[in-house]
Design a binder for this molecule. Sequence first.
Ligand code: ADP
Length: 475
Amino acid sequence: MANPANNSWTRRTPDRPRRRDIVITALLGLVVLFVLLASGTLDPSAWIAASLAFAALAFIYFLTAVTSVAPAQAAQSTVAPRPSEAESATAMLEKIVVPVLLIGPGGRIERANPAARAFLALGAEGGLLSTSLRQPRVLEAVSAALRGEPGSIVEYASIAPIESHVRAFVEPIRMPVAGPMPWRAMLVLADETSSKRAERMRADFLANASHELRTPLASLSGFIDTLRGPARDDEEARDRFLGIMREQTDRMRRLIDDLLSLSRVEMNEHMPPAGEADLCAIVRDVTDSLKPMAAVRSITLDLSITGDSALITGDRDQIYEVVENLIENAIKYSPDGARVHVTALGGCPRDDAEHPADRIAPESARLVLAGPPFDARQRYGVLRVRDHGGGIERRYLPRLSERFFRVDGQKSGPAAGTGLGLAIVKHIITRHRGGFAVESAPGSGSVFSVFLPQPALRPAQTVQAEPVTAGVATE
Ligand code: ADP
């Protein structure tokens, strides 16, 4: 803030110097008068000369007075008052992004920096630590520090409302206060949730990968032994075994691809994507690429796209993966010669996006596997994939997006699934702040729906085109 004294160093405002100037000027005037009287001349030229001499003397006096006062004033006005040590420490604590608290006698919060207030959701009044932090081991460590005992480090985890892992550092501090309780406890809370999650994901990945790869690897090594031993000269058995080995290696590759994809998605799930992608274009591309797979089993893909495009806020590659997983599943779990209906549309309100208006069967079960908070103004781009396969029993629906979950005894064609596809879909949709729902009835098939938030409509996009049904027959 500008200090008004800063730019007024040439002004001589204090009263005392001004009074002194007036007295000195008056004295100078008297000296001049005295000289005139003493010389006995009062002619005009002597008056003019005397007045000029008086003016020059007064001017010289003013100059010297101003320059002598100026440095003192400048020094006074440019140096801000020095903060005390306590004020500097407080200012520093306020800026630290790690939660730091000072706990006083009785476990009362005496000081808490903004990070601590946000972390523990403290009100304006700190109150008791035990009401904001229900961690007995941390409270015990704080009590010990308040008795002047050595500090300690306590780790704790909580699950609700969100999973968090914290390392609490507790240290006693002796305050320069009189009385029986000079000790305070300093509490620093280090949030280690992100690193713990990354650590667990790495461990999960290794555990899952080794567990899931063990079976196909064991089978491969069994076939290799057979081919080198009893089946060495059996040409027919050799071809059959090599075919199985090919399937097993394909399965291992799919597993590794899916596990890597799941890890990648989980890592950045908390960061919503910023780009835009056209859901309709993606659906067209995926359908084209899966035509050969459908054709092998004489399955028809019916594509129904409403409007030319449905822009969504999202990452194109991840949305491609979602669409591919859902259409691939519909093909895998349909009988040969069946039809799969793929619908894509934009501008859907939340309720319509979540479930199609018509049920696939009166007894069908519906479940939302992931859903964003309700927002009446938000419009969604929607993808629905309807198959006429065996359907899924109601009791299995909540488990569909669990990793490695597979419905027992389900036929899925030659390419056995990894049980990771729907888990990947759910994580991608959650990252996009979208929704994922399923409706199914055993014997009548299933509908998997995903809906993704659309950016605010621009004027050119507000006109809804008529539905266009593009039948893609791939028999
Ligand atoms: P997978 O690779 O096994 O297909 P997913 O995660 O995609 O893994 O699916 C999990 C399980 O859900 C599948 O194993 C299957 O039992 C069931 N499932 C998924 N999609 C369908 C579908 N369209 N119809 C019937 N069952 C399905």
